[in-house]
Ligand binder design. Structure first.
Ligand code: NI
Length: 195
């Protein structure tokens, strides 16, 4: 899965299923400030979101942001409605499509937690995130989303929405003694899966 200039895709045997190439850190498209979505409930948007879920599922990701497949829009998806095999002990995060998100921390309390990223394969780091947040935005139909969450759910939302402002998690790491290769830090964990 070499980095490519375009948003190349692989159409698998299953018609209608599209796995996009995920951009890797170093690609300038990951550093852009994404544009707000202005047209909701369009065929084009629904296809993009379907492709993003196919892509996320193909790597057991906890979330995916449109800029990671080279699409410069404020669109993230996350959650599975089921236990993620990557995070068997983590609480279930509802399957969510979130456009034009706004995150508001509800206190100054932060949690440290390990993160990886599909755009930063093979590495993990401890990242501080707000413990309690409110997030608002819209779903793909233009209906409002307004949730107050904490813990792992809050972490996933903050990680994914960071992709919309050109931030990759290594830019949030404060203690680089807790940043390294997955295969070294967590022997036995499948290092090919790095959301
Ligand atoms: Ni990521």
């Amino acid at each position: 899965m070499a980095a490519s200039a375009g948003s190349t895709s692989l159409r698998l045997d299953n018609p209608g299923m599209t796995i996009h190439t995920i951009l890797k850190m170093g690609d300038p498209r990951l550093l852009r400030i994404a544009l707000p979505v202005t047209a909701f409930d369009t065929d084009k948007l629904h296809l993009l979101i379907s492709d993003m879920f196919d892509t996320m599922r193909s790597v057991n990701g906890a979330g995916l942001a449109a800029p990671q497949i080279g699409v410069d829009l404020q669109l993230v998806i996350f959650g599975t409605d089921a236990v993620n095999p990557r995070y068997p002990d983590a609480p279930v995060v509802p399957r969510t499509v979130l456009l034009n998100p706004v995150i508001t921390p509800l206190s100054s309390v932060e949690d440290d937690g390990w993160e990886g990223c599909l755009s930063v394969p093979g590495l993990r780091g401890v990242v501080p995130r707000w413990s309690n947040i409110r997030y608002t935005g819209f779903d793909q139909y233009g209906d409002a989303i307004d949730r107050t969450v904490d813990g792992f759910h809050a972490r996933v939302v903050q990680h994914e929405c960071d992709h919309l402002i050109g931030k990759l998690y290594p830019m949030r790491v404060r203690d680089f003694t807790q940043f390294g290769f997955t295969e070294v830090l967590f022997p036995g964990l499948d290092a090919s899966q790095d959301d």
